[in-house]
Ligand binder design. Structure first.
Ligand code: PGA
Length: 252
C-alpha cells in the first residue's frame, strides 16, 4: 500500500515572514497525521527559515532544483549536497518550467537526478507533455522519454528514492486540470514502464504524483485513482486554507 504524498511547490513566491507563517500553518494543520507525507518546497533563500519552522514536525523540506555537480566554480548554482546539508530531504527535478523556460535537457536532468540521489536526497522527477504534444498523440512517447532518460543509469536500490510526478504542461497554472481518467491513464502507463525498466515490485512501490491545477475542489477525485499517489501542488500550496484541504484529500 503506497502512502499518499502531497508536495507544495512554492515556485518563485514568498517572503521571509510569509514563508515562516505558511510553514507554521502547514505544520499545525498536519499535526501528527501519519496517513500522508507532506512536503513543502520553498525557493532556496527560504529553506532555512522554513526548515526551522518544520523542526520536530511531520512535514518534510524539499527544494525546487539542484545543479548536477557536487561543488565547484559554478556561479549561482546550488549543489544537492548543500541542500542535504541544510535539511532538505527532497528535490524537484525536471519540472516543465525548467525544461521549457530554462532550457534543461533530458541529459542534464539525468545528471542532476543521479547526483541528487548520491547526495541522499529523494527526487521528485517531473514528466509531462505540452498541449501540442497531447494533440498530436505523443503523450506516451514524451512521458516515456522523460522517464527513461531521467532515470537512466540509476541503480535499482536508488530507484526506491525516486518519486514520479506526472505534470501535463497544459494543466500547470492554467486552471485546466487533467480529468481523473486522463491522469489515471498516464499514471498506469508510467507504472508499466517502470515495471519494464526496473521490476514489477519496484513499480508497485513507486509513488506517482499528479500535478497541474490541483485544487481543494478536485483533489479527492484525482487522488482516488488507483495509480495516483498524491499531488505536486503549485498555486494552491501558497495558502494553508487551500493546501490543507488537499492534504486532507490525501488522507482519504
Ligand atoms: P499548479 O502547478 O498547481 O499551479 O498548476 C503545479 C506545478 O507546477 O508543480
Amino acid at each position: 500500500m503506497r502512502k499518499k504524498i502531497v508536495a507544495g511547490n512554492w515556485k518563485m513566491y514568498t517572503t521571509t515572514s510569509a514563508a515562516r507563517q505558511l510553514a507554521r500553518e502547514v505544520v499545525a494543520g498536519v499535526g501528527n497525521e501519519q496517513g500522508v507525507q507532506v512536503i513543502v518546497c520553498p525557493p532556496f533563500p527560504y529553506l532555512g527559515v522554513v526548515g526551522e519552522a518544520l523542526q520536530g514536525s511531520r512535514v518534510a523540506l524539499g527544494a525546487q532544483n539542484a545543479y548536477c555537480v557536487r561543488e565547484g566554480a559554478f556561479t549561482g548554482e546550488v549543489s544537492p549536497a548543500m541542500l542535504a546539508d541544510v535539511g532538505c530531504h527532497y528535490v524537484i527535478l525536471g519540472h516543465s518550467e525548467r525544461r521549457h523556460q530554462l532550457g534543461e535537457s533530458d541529459e542534464l536532468i539525468n545528471k542532476k537526478v543521479k547526483l541528487a540521489l548520491d547526495c541522499g536526497l529523494k527526487v521528485i522527477l517531473c514528466v509531462g507533455e505540452t498541449l501540442q504534444e497531447r494533440e498530436s498523440k505523443q503523450t506516451s512517447q514524451v512521458v516515456e522519454r522523460h522517464l527513461t532518460t531521467g532515470i537512466a543509469g540509476v541503480a535499482p536500490a536508488a530507484l526506491a528514492k525516486v518519486i514520479l510526478a506526472y505534470e501535463p504542461v497544459w494543466a500547470i497554472g492554467t486552471g485546466h486540470t487533467a480529468t481523473p481518467a486522463q491522469a489515471q491513464e498516464v499514471h498506469a502507463f508510467l507504472r508499466s514502464k517502470v515495471a519494464a525498466l526496473w521490476s514489477a515490485d519496484g513499480a508497485a512501490q513507486m509513488p506517482i504524483l499528479y500535478g497541474g491545477s490541483v485544487k481543494p475542489a478536485n483533489a479527492a477525485e484525482i487522488f482516488q485513482q488507483p495509480d495516483v499517489d498524491g499531488g505536486l501542488i503549485g498555486g494552491a500550496s501558497l495558502k494553508a486554507a487551500d493546501f490543507l484541504p488537499i492534504v486532507q484529500a490525501g488522507i482519504g
